[in-house]
Design a protein. Structure first.
Length: 273
């Protein structure tokens, strides 16, 4: 028999992996390689996309694409975790070698099944360009009643959407935002508003929001432009409060000597014009 595969004679470090994993034709070669690499790690090894990106020639979004492929085929599951306030706070990837093996269910984990992959750009940063300064923005307010009840509860969940989106886009945006926890809804909308105001969307406006929502669900959302939008809105609100509290000034006394001088100056300036 002719030997065509040369194996190592000394095996100080090796991994035993089920052959069905390597032979699963549903997976691309890249996904199989990533799965084999992860299965060769220790049982308590945590999947970190930054680390995986450094081990090969794929960047972060390439790794996310392979992880989604593995999730679709049942080898990987992303379990979202909640903090002590009940809000989503990141999560962990769980990898299994045999599809029949159950996944662990850690404390504070999201009990729901993993989300199916949504259509959209595989590289969300393609929707963004370089950062620019954002000035004061005008927004459209849309009330979203998250739990029913009285008007006070509705005001608590009032969300501010960009004023430049179309009516059809607003309806699609509301459906996407409803998938997020209350604490993340307005920050994601502010980030979306900042991207729109910066003119940084290269393709679909709703596709950009979908990418932001997916990042928030996966615990990868970090506000940048949205921070400026929020501060601009707070400054505008503070100014409106001051203007509302400022009393109306009485009309000037025409008999006052300073008022008469001012009137004379204005009259001479008008004649020169």
């Amino acid at each position: 028999m002719t030997t065509r595969i040369i194996r190592a004679t000394r095996r100080h470090r090796y991994a035993k992996i089920e052959a069905s994993v390597i032979e699963d034709v549903r997976l691309s070669w890249a996904a199989r390689g990533l799965l084999v690499y992860v299965l060769a790690r220790p049982d308590d090894w945590r999947v970190m996309t930054k680390h995986l990106a450094k081990q090969g020639n794929l960047r972060r979004d390439g790794i996310y694409g392979l992880l989604k492929e593995l999730r679709t085929c049942g080898y990987v599951r992303f379990v979202r975790t909640r903090n002590k306030w009940g809000c989503f706070d990141g999560g962990d990837y769980y990898v299994r070698e045999i599809l029949d093996d159950p996944y662990p269910r850690p404390a504070l984990a999201d009990p729901g099944e993993p989300d199916s992959p949504r259509p959209g750009p595989q590289k969300p940063e393609d929707l963004l360009s370089t950062d620019v300064y954002l000035g004061t923005t005008t927004t459209t307010t849309t009330e979203v009643n998250c739990g029913g009840g009285n008007a006070a509860e509705k005001d608590k969940h009032t969300l501010i959407y960009p004023d430049t989106i179309l009516t059809s886009e607003l309806a699609a945006a509301e459906r996407l935002i409803e998938t997020l926890p209350d604490a993340l809804r307005q920050p994601v909308l502010d980030e979306w508003t900042g991207i729109i105001k910066a003119g940084a969307i290269k393709s679909s406006t709703i596709g950009c929001l979908r990418a932001l929502v997916e990042r928030a669900i996966d615990g990868r959302f970090t506000p940048e432009r949205g921070l400026r939008i929020r501060e601009s809105r707070k400054s505008q609100q503070r100014l409106e409060v001051v203007l509302q509290k400022e009393p109306d000034l009485p009309p000037p006394n025409e008999n006052d000597i300073n008022v008469r001088r001012l009137r004379d100056i204005q009259a001479r300036a008008a004649k020169k014009d």
